[in-house]
Design a protein around this ligand. Structure first.
Ligand SMILES: [Zn+2]
Length: 393
């Protein structure tokens, strides 16, 4: 079925002004400033009345199987329901394993990734988890990336964290080289997505890896860079060397030695670092633990995919231009992940689109041409979401 989206104020992420879009077969078929050029008698028309139309968010780091499990097995977080992504504007997601890559492994992560695809989302994953040697499906990092369609890299491998394997530089280099070469062979991202903990060493290992090898900087992709202010400063330096660095949209308490995602993004953009080398992810489904000096968990929150839209809304309420910050949620993520058909509103790209209302809230979510949210109401439910709704009746 064809859909004609009329009078959309398109941020592609660049501001294109008012445009009309013809959607069909899951893709953006045409974009024009003249509606007559697109009129198709079989198309259903939707008048967006000048509302802002932006690419769907690509969440490059979410624990789709549920993460956590750092204070006994009962603390394993349950899987994230598809609607927990779609209703908050996440149209594509990359799943990762974290601390617990023992009771959860690449098999369960792959299964959940395929399940999300069946539910209509764009879904990929990394192989491995916090630990070395990384858990894999085939027994080889390179084979996982080359032969398994959803697998695009290794992650989240932990550095500077008491939960890490304390990898040596040689171990890190070997893994990074496998990822890099597998990315070349497969045409996929080929990135080593690195969890950074609170440890004082910060990005030291990555700087050493760049100095002592021929590996390109793009292979090293650290996340949680805003969890310590000192780590953030190191990340600016690393971006200067060519790595793409990732902010996590976790809640930050008053007085904490961390930057909230909105502040971190503005600080990054104001620093003069390359604008294309910054992304934001949610850590959705992951646990947000606080540990004491002995590594015992004192408290635990759960990351939410909703933190992306919340961050964007805070930025827009500060009157930051949408086109300035939108790439970190969309096109920059698509570029580092080598998702060539998403992250931008272009002809031929997947019709993954969000409509924002005047209060900077999500009014509609389209994924591959299907409305998952329309006029603020969820239209498509995951298997178990639907069941829950029926039970309520
Ligand atoms: Zn992490």
């Amino acid at each position: 079925m064809l859909k004609l989206l009329c009078n959309a104020r398109v941020f592609a992420p660049e501001d294109l002004g008012i445009r009309h879009l013809l959607i069909g077969a899951g893709k953006i078929l045409a974009i024009s400033d003249k509606k007559d050029e697109l009129s198709a008698s079989v198309a259903t028309e939707f008048d967006l009345q000048g509302r802002r139309l932006v690419p769907g968010f690509i969440d490059g780091h979410a624990h789709v199987t549920g993460g956590g499990g750092e204070a006994g097995l009962k603390t394993r977080v349950p899987p994230v329901m598809p609607g927990q992504f779609t209703t908050v504007g996440v149209t594509s997601v990359v799943g990762v394993l974290g601390t617990d890559d023992t009771t959860r492994d690449t098999r369960s992560l792959l299964a959940q990734t395929y399940a999300l695809r069946e539910e209509g989302l764009g879904a990929w994953c990394h192989t491995g988890g916090y630990h070395v040697p990384p858990v894999t499906f085939t027994g080889s990092i390179r084979d996982d990336i080359v032969f398994l369609h959803p697998v695009i890299g290794v992650g989240e491998l932990a550095l500077s964290d008491h939960r890490s394997s304390q990898p040596t530089l040689d171990e890190l280099l070997r893994i990074a080289s496998d990822v890099h070469v597998a990315g070349m062979i497969s045409g996929k991202a080929g990135i080593l997505h690195l969890h950074l903990g609170d440890g004082e060493r910060g990005l030291e290992h990555i700087f050493a890896a760049l100095q002592q090898s021929e590996l390109p900087a793009r292979v090293f992709n650290p996340t949680h860079i805003n969890r310590r202010k000192g780590l953030f400063e190191q990340a600016l330096e690393l971006a200067g060397k060519g790595s793409t660095v990732d902010i996590t949209a976790f809640p930050v308490a008053e007085g904490e030695d961390a930057w909230p995602a909105d502040v971190a993004l503005l600080k990054y953009l104001d620093s003069g670092a390359a604008e294309a080398r910054i992304t934001i992810s949610s850590d959705g489904g992951g646990c947000l633990p606080v540990f004491n000096e002995q590594g015992e968990m004192l408290q635990m929150g759960i990351g939410s995919p909703a933190s992306l839209m919340k961050t964007l809304k805070v930025l827009l309420e500060k009157d930051v231009p949408l086109e300035r910050v939108l790439p970190a949620f969309t096109s920059n993520v698509a570029d580092i992940l080598r998702f060539h058909d998403r992250g931008r509103i272009h002809v031929g790209n997947a019709a993954d689109l969000l409509v924002l209302d005047e209060n900077h809230d999500i009014n509609d979510v389209m994924i591959a041409g299907t409305w998952h949210v329309h006029d603020g109401v969820q239209q498509v439910f995951g298997q178990f979401e639907k069941r829950q709704n029926e039970e309520k009746k």
